[in-house]
Write a new protein. Sequence first.
Length: 313
Amino acid sequence: MKNLKISFRGYYTNTLLGRKLDALYKFYRWRLLPEVYYVRQKYKRIFGVYPDLKCPKSLNEKILWLKLNDRTPLHTLCADKFAVREYVRDTIGEKYLIPLLYTTHDPRDIVPENIPNEPSVIKTNHDSSGVIFVRDKKEVDWKEIQKKLNRRIKSNYYWRSKEWQYKNIIPRILVEKLLEDENKNNPFDYKFHCFNGTLRMIQVDMNRGTSSHRRNWYSPKWKREPYKWTSPLGNNNFTDPSKEDIEPPKNFDQMVALSQNLAKPFKYVRVDWYNLNGRLYFGELTFHHDGGYRPIEPYEWDLKLGAELNLGL
């Protein structure tokens, strides 16, 4: 019966009408389902059990609780990749911002004449992932980039994630300077997970955008942690920890202090950094790591970390 259902769906989505009906179904499915129902069903599909949202215990459950209950205008401002620059500027200073080369609301403005002659990153301010790298303006398909941006600028990430902070962000396109080391490689991505304004866990992503993407976890004292909290890479690959250990950055203490300053108003937030030859660049603030839908292994660490996050319940 399951194969019959898959075959039937494959049949009708091969027609223009079928594809339109399928898209319409998905469009309204995201909008009509109550937030709590959507969150509970998605969690069960991944974990095999429903989350306890009345008395959450694990870190993932608490992230889901925060998604549904912790909502302020500051969350919206800081989820906006353009507006958050103001928060960073006022809190820790402008020197930590990645240089902004161009911004617009209209994808048609993303043409070679408006983009500086230097490696850059094109992204939108109101959703997640989907970054476009431009290392040479002559080697990219600008029409294709405009099409991608046009689709994204019309989307609202809230409907797919139920993360309220994205719901009322006015879409905008950003062009930022591409950060690369002397070998033209992407710098390590340091992510500081803060609980109640204090650093609790450090995530280091290496070789992002490649099949050798790895993710290590460290304590606030830079001790290797025994758990993993992976994200899917496709083809059944995940961001597993590397076998090799890495040393903390020389300005690690500064990164901790800056992260905790940015995290003060929030119960839970992930503060992202790039550290390029000792120069710190702020990445973004994330309030619900992987949406609260990625298992922490072993599960006892999901509970242990969750016990350390105080929701004030």
